[in-house]
Write a protein that binds this ligand. Structure first.
Ligand code: AMP
Length: 377
């Protein structure tokens, strides 16, 4: 299926293309039409499934098609349990919505920072992403009104209830108009979430996305024996001789990731590093460029790799081994796809040999080790 089958505007389809979204993820195929039909939705899905865009896209469509609202009245409220999620969701609204006609303004508000700048920024906002406590403060100061809201999204409902926001959520529900569309997302469907869903949703369209197991059978795995001195030159040789246009390289530390990407750059290979010490903006733009193939090489650490969600990668390189076999499988799992199995390449020095054996044993798969000392590179 393509995004054009999902009744999205041309501008939105262009925004998707610009950001490297080539086709909809399963959750998006199932949820977007239901939301466009005006139905309530219950989405049981984890981060990584594409759940955010599954509501961001139809919300943007609805805002574009709606009449202008009074100032300080919002069209859509997204409730998020944490500041991080609120900012992440707003980043997706801005990524996909910033070039749309009519300038749709979204804003994330959360506690722990001064309220005044948020009050000023609320001017002209039609999509508000908020943590419950700060939202109530803003409503009490009459900085924002919910009385004309058309859509309510509660994201990560299980976490919201775990963090003890039940009372605040109930208070907010009372301030919203009775007639509205409700979208509820949760990683799990526990008793508390079931209670809130029966209170909130009318005949919801239920979509459940199972976490995909990494299928390592589809991946071509190779390993090369190198020395600490030949590792760098051999990696550059691999990238150049295989004409790699999109390769994700793993290092074990943020310092190593920076060093390696700088070295590659100095050798004429287009590379950037992404890790926990980089700003959110830098990480987002590196990932966007990598997904759209403007950037050939992304160097990452294991921690950050969990947020790198690319359906398929032709090449993954383990420049340094991960600590656990689980991380190894998670890393290489980015490349396996039936119609086009990618390749996972591991560089192994003498001191890694034992650990690499442990990884293979756990994986129950043996990888041929090719020695490189006789190769010319
Ligand atoms: P989420 O589960 O909403 O946190 O999304 C996980 C990641 O998948 C984010 O980095 C999105 O940018 C990315 N993503 C979502 N939908 C698509 C898509 N259709 N094509 C490519 N990337 C996507």
């Amino acid at each position: 299926m393509s995004f054009s089958a999902l009744r999205l505007s041309k501008h939105l389809q262009q925004a998707l293309q610009d950001n490297g979204y080539t086709h909809p993820y399963p959750i998006q195929e199932q949820i977007i039409p239901a939301i466009r039909d005006g139905r309530d939705v219950l989405g049981i899905a984890q981060t990584g499934s594409g759940k955010t865009a599954s509501y961001v896209l139809p919300v943007l469509m609805d805002v574009m098609e709606s009449d202008l609202l009074l100032n300080r009245h919002i069209h859509t409220l997204v409730l998020a349990p944490t500041r991080e999620l609120a900012q992440q969701v707003n980043a997706v609204f801005q990524q996909l919505g910033h070039k749309l006609p009519g300038r749709i303004k979204s804003l994330a508000v959360f506690g722990g920072v001064s309220i005044n700048p948020q009050m000023i920024n609320l001017q002209g906002v039609s999509i508000l992403i908020a943590t419950p406590g700060r939202l109530i403060e803003l409503i009490e100061s009459k900085a924002i009104h919910l009385s004309e809201a058309k859509m309510l999204v509660i994201d990560e409902a299980d976490k919201m209830l775990n963090l003890g926001f039940k009372e605040e959520v109930t208070q907010i529900l009372d301030l919203l108009p009775k007639k509205r569309q409700n979208l509820l997302f949760s990683a799990t469907l526990n008793e508390e979430v079931t209670k809130i869903q029966s209170l909130l949703l009318k005949e919801p369209h239920l979509v459940k996305v199972e976490q995909k197991e990494d299928n390592i059978e589809l991946i071509k795995q190779t390993a090369y024996h190198v020395t600490p001195e030949t590792k760098g030159p051999f990696l550059r040789h691999l990238i150049k001789s295989n004409e790699m246009k999109q390769v994700l390289i793993f290092t074990s530390s943020t310092v190593a990731a920076d060093k390696l990407s700088e070295k590659l750059e100095r050798n004429g290979i287009d590379a950037k590093a992404t890790h926990s010490k980089k700003s959110h903006m830098t990480r987002t733009s590196a990932l966007r460029d990598f997904k759209t193939r403007k950037l050939n090489v992304l160097v990452a650490t294991d921690l950050i790799s969990r947020g790198i969600d690319i359906e398929f990668l032709p090449f993954v390189v383990n420049y340094e081994l991960p600590r656990s076999p689980k991380d190894y499988i998670h890393r290489i799992g980015r490349t396996g796809r039936a119609e086009n199995p990618g390749e996972a390449i591991t560089l192994v020095c003498d001191e890694d040999l034992h650990h690499f054996k442990v990884i293979q044993k756990k994986m129950k798969k043996w990888i041929k080790l090719t020695y490189t000392q006789d190769l010319h590179f």
